[in-house]
Design a protein around this ligand. Structure first.
Ligand code: ADP
Ligand code: MG
Length: 730
């Protein structure tokens, strides 16, 4: 019975064809260039006919933080937005926000309203600007009693409003922040916005001190590379672990996985390419610039990378990227798995946050420029960021902690849970020679000053890349590679920004002091660069971050290695370590408590769901399979014996199966009874600790026993789609 289900799933998957979607065309049926329809579903007030030149000017000022939006202007904008949305066929609007679930939330309302009995469309200023979802049903970490469960969504003017198309209609999506009655952030966006402002303030000051007074605005930038798996829908729904937990809790590795390294950048199969193309068309219409697509390392694993934007828009876009990846997958009879580790034994998925700081004058502050003077500024920026990553490493590690990411960070893949910075040979040599007081001698054997004109060219020539570092300098930006594939990027970005802003405040103070003492700005920049680099050198590691030696070396250097979520989030108990989050104003005291609680609670709940799902699969699928094959074998053995045949092989299998089944029965019983015991006798910290240290390893043992059963029973007896089915049939 179960087996026929698996075969049916296979037959379905074998028979799939690439899906054709509606590619945007003109009236003559010719394909449009992407540039002709890019952003067609994004509201652009500059193009609005309802708004006067003066209104647009005022809106510009609002966007640049120079004034607040008032009711009359908001009303005009609401009308303009609604007219545009209706003309595009939208019937509803929604406030779209990012609660602490890591996902997004949306509540739709129709434009439909009534003027007496006459139906008409309305979007009022207050509907545009504020919503009031019931906050009590979102994770709040115990921060609010239900009687004050009111939460507000407020329009984020800096992130574009857009229309999302679905099969039978269109919805206007208004990006919003989500805050409590008392103004506490209940989402990931609000702290990110605050952190961006804080970086802007400190780094703008820094730029001015460094001599560039033309700069008026600084902002952080981010390009988030997104990794994901695709498996056929038929397999997904026949595995309750995938449905319930997002990952295969058991599964025997197929003989060929990623050993041949032939999937990475390999040819993209038609069915997958058709999927990627439809994803991109949807994203382009919504103004999300998908740029790169390719096969990733593991079979069935892929990546999408957009062109970078300001961090806030990038964070919103990444949420939409994940949504589109998921929804379009279903249309292609795929399921897109965003879990960090859907399949043990092959690579997991991460999200690489390419991060930098940019100015309104078009500068990238992490660009090693040709101008010697700017080189000192560049080096000071790098050194400040390195110090920030060093000083706040534990909190930054906490920002990427999740049960899913534990499978990557704690294992020998993906950047490890040790937070380190890769600077590359060139930059390390420059900084090293700076603190040793010498001159930097580049490989071309021509001595030159530290702030050499050749700096930029050198980086171009030295495109050394390190894929094993958590935070790698990649020519003109840092790449934070340790973030989980399913996570909201807003949270780690807000922590990274807070860390950087914190140290920049000190950088500025040091420079001011030096300038007041009569030093030149170059001298001041060199001095601060040396100070930070000297102090933070231990975090710089250019070697193989996946190696066992690094683990020991890092320990010698005194760097933390928080392998699991409970360890990583214990930093919340260290008031000194987390104080910069409040000092910079990125988080409020209560918000930090909320996050600590939510992260702990989520860790336990997600693991509990995994354990319960594992138990259900063991009891309802694996054990029955083993037991029925045992009885099949016994019967066979009896018959063969009666006939005087050799029964040694059958007996051996029967015995092995018996051993495995017995162990399985014992261990699953221990897992569940221990969990229940801890759950009733310990506080949440205690439970989380037991789960991470004791129950997780036990669940891995159980998975391995299940895999033994899978290996011992005949192909047709095994009830679940196998790795082979999921990873190779497309
Ligand atoms: P990789 O070597 O990892 O493939 P790419 O050069 O293709 O790197 O860029 C990866 C990502 O980095 C892209 O999303 C790109 O837009 C982004 N990126 C490039 N420059 C910056 C920057 N200054 N700030 C933030 N992200 C950037
Ligand atoms: Mg990359």
């Amino acid at each position: 019975m179960a087996t026929s289900l698996r075969n049916e799933a296979k037959l379905k998957a074998y028979g799939r064809q690439p899906r054709k979607c509606d590619v945007p065309v003109n009236e003559q049926g010719r394909y449009l260039k992407v540039s002709q329809y890019y952003g067609e579903n994004v509201y652009n007030f500059h193009l609005s006919k309802n708004l006067s030149q003066e209104d647009k000017e005022s809106l510009n000022q609002v966007l640049n933080g120079k004034r607040n939006i008032d009711k009359p202007l908001a009303t005009k904008v609401a009308n303009s937005v609604m007219d545009w949305a209706i003309s595009k066929g939208a019937t509803h609007f929604c406030h779209w926000f990012q609660p602490l679930t890591g996902a997004t939330a949306e509540k739709h309302d129709a434009f439909l309203s009534f003027d007496n009995d006459r139906p008409l469309e309305v979007l009022s200023a207050s509907q545009l600007m504020q919503g009031e979802p019931d906050a009590s049903s979102f994770p709040n970490g115990g921060s609010r009693a239900t009687f004050e469960a009111r939460g507000y969504t407020t329009w984020d003017l800096t992130s574009p409003i857009f229309i999302r198309e679905s099969v039978n209609g269109k919805t206007l999506v208004i990006p919003t922040a989500f805050v409590s009655y008392h103004g506490d952030a209940l989402d990931t966006k609000t702290p990110l916005l605050r952190s961006d402002l804080k970086v802007a303030e400190e780094v703008l000051k820094f730029c001015h001190l460094a001599g560039d007074k033309t700069i008026q605005r600084v902002f952080t930038t981010c390009g988030a590379e997104q990794e994901y798996f695709l498996i056929d829908k038929a397999f997904f729904f026949s595995r309750q672990d995938l449905v319930m937990t997002g990952r295969a809790l058991m599964g025997s590795l197929s003989s060929r996985n990623q050993q041949l390294e032939d999937h990475y950048f390999g040819m993209i199969e038609d069915r997958v390419l058709a999927y990627m193309q439809e994803v991109e068309i949807e994203l382009y219409k919504m103004g999300i610039p998908a740029k790169t697509r390719h096969n990733e390392v593991a079979p069935g694993q892929f990546e999408l990378a957009p062109i970078f934007k300001d961090a806030n828009t990038a964070a919103d876009s990444n949420q939409m990227v994940m949504t589109v990846l998921r929804t379009v997958a279903l249309k292609h009879d795929f399921v897109c798995l965003l879990h960090e580790k859907p399949f043990a034994g092959v690579n997991g998925s991460g999200k690489h946050l390419n991060w930098s700081m940019a100015t309104d004058t078009g500068l990238n502050l992490l660009e090693p420029t040709h101008n010697p003077h700017e080189n000192y500024r560049f080096l000071a920026v790098v050194a400040t960021v390195v110090e920030a990553f060093f000083r706040h490493a534990d909190v930054i590690r906490m920002g990427i902690a999740s049960h899913g990411n534990d499978h990557r960070l704690g294992a020998n893949e993906a950047p490890p849970s040790i937070m380190s910075v890769f600077l590359g040979e060139t930059l390390t040599k420059i900084l090293d020679s700076m603190i040793s007081g010498g001159k930097y001698t580049p490989d071309m054997k021509k001595a030159m000053d530290l702030g050499a004109r050749q700096l930029a060219d050198l980086f171009k020539d030295n495109t050394d890349r390190n894929r094993t570092s958590s935070f790698a300098f990649t020519g003109n930006k840092f790449e934070f590679r340790a973030c989980g594939s399913s996570a909201s990027i807003a949270y780690p970005l807000s922590i990274l920004n807070a860390a950087v802003a914190d140290v920049f405040a000190e950088t500025n103070a040091l420079i001011e002091k030096d300038l007041a003492a009569g030093k030149s700005i170059d001298e001041a920049l060199i001095s601060v660069t040396m100070k930070w680099y000297n102090n933070a050198k231990a975090v710089v590691f250019n070697g193989d971050g996946y190696s066992e030696e690094w683990v020991h070396e890092a320990a010698r250097r005194g760097l933390s290695n928080n392998r699991t979520t409970p360890e990583a989030i214990s930093v919340f108990k260290d008031a000194k370590k987390i104080s910069f989050l409040t000092k910079t104003g990125v988080f409020r005291e209560g918000e930090i408590k909320t996050r600590a609680n939510v992260m702990l609670e989520r860790y336990i709940k997600c693991r509990e769901i995994e354990f319960r799902t594992l138990a259900a699969m063991v009891h309802k699928q694996v054990m029955p399979c083993a037991i029925s094959y045992k009885s099949e074998l016994s019967e066979g053995i009896r018959k063969v014996k009666d006939a005087g045949g050799d029964i040694s092989v059958e007996t051996d299998i029967l015995k092995k199966l018996g051993d495995v089944t017995k162990q399985l029965a014992d261990k699953i019983e221990t897992l569940m009874s221990s969990y229940d015991k801890y759950h009733h006798s310990l506080n949440e910290d205690g439970v989380a600790d037991k789960v991470a240290k004791e129950l997780m390893p036990l669940s891995v043992d159980i998975a391995n026993l299940c895999n033994r059963v899978e290996e011992l029973v005949p192909e047709d007896n095994w009830p679940l789609p196998k790795y082979y089915d999921m990873l190779f049939i497309r």
